[in-house]
Design a protein around this ligand. Sequence first.
Ligand code: ATP
Length: 301
Amino acid sequence: MVHGVTARLEVAHLSKSYGAQRAVDDLSFDVPAGTIFGLLGRNGAGKSTTFSCILGLTRATSGTAAVDGAPVDVRTLERIAYIPEVPAVYGWLTGQEHIAFWRRLYARFDTALARDLAERFDLDLRKRARALSKGNKTVLALVLAFAQRADLLILDEPSSGLDPVMQRELLTLIIEAGAEGTTIVFSSHAIGQVERAAERIGIMGKGRLLLEGDLDTLRAGHKIVEATYPGTPDVASLSGRRGVDELVVDGALVRVRTSEYPDGAVRALQEQGPSSLRILDLSLEELFMQTIAAPPALRTN
Ligand code: ATP
């Protein structure tokens, strides 16, 4: 099998209950080979449990996960690199010793790449892991995971604890690996980073997948129209107008989310003589907030 050309992840009706609580509730999604998939959700939404069930580290109550049609088991695991939420490194081993160990564990492990990545992330491989800062422990885990040359990378909040420079470097690395054909599934609370790297996204809430799909397509159906007024706008006359799906009023600023071609919303806002008006693409942050909150049609900040 050629590296990186096939690693389609298929998750079907995955559920995990802890007692009466459904941590993961009937989750189904596909990640096509070579795709970068970002999983978003509030704390406790079920992201880590989902990853853990996909990998078989937690036994799913029901449902399946498959890579290229084969269930995830010992043979498939060779093709997967995983970084848990709390990265697992051995405190008493140095970075060099980790590399030597990982080389024995994984047939495809690329020692030269590991050294290059360590240099790129400014990681001192001579230090024992316990002597590394929290962020640098994560960097070590990232170096090991990427050097595994896996077909599928599953990264649970990989940027947490990294400084802004490292976060940017990691994002570049994710995008590069994706361009080379690696399938990457990662979770993050940094929505801006997911927006930059991910081609497909999933948004989880209370164990369920609330929204999933191609990011550009999801955004394409929505626009934001923003207007400012010299005086106080007549909010009542705006709400309920065609094209005004959601209205947020913040003093003289009025923001309208519209799910159709924004003509209707623009007309409604223009009627009251705005001092400025602009049409914006829906950001992933707005899509996220809208998905998890299902906000009321009118909100005054
Ligand atoms: P975060 O963003 O905070 O990391 P998450 O989306 O990764 O959250 P999970 O860690 O998957 O969420 O947790 C989902 C739910 O399952 C939570 O309500 C959590 O309390 C519960 N849960 C997770 N692991 C266990 C466990 N071992 N025993 C009982 N409940 C658990």
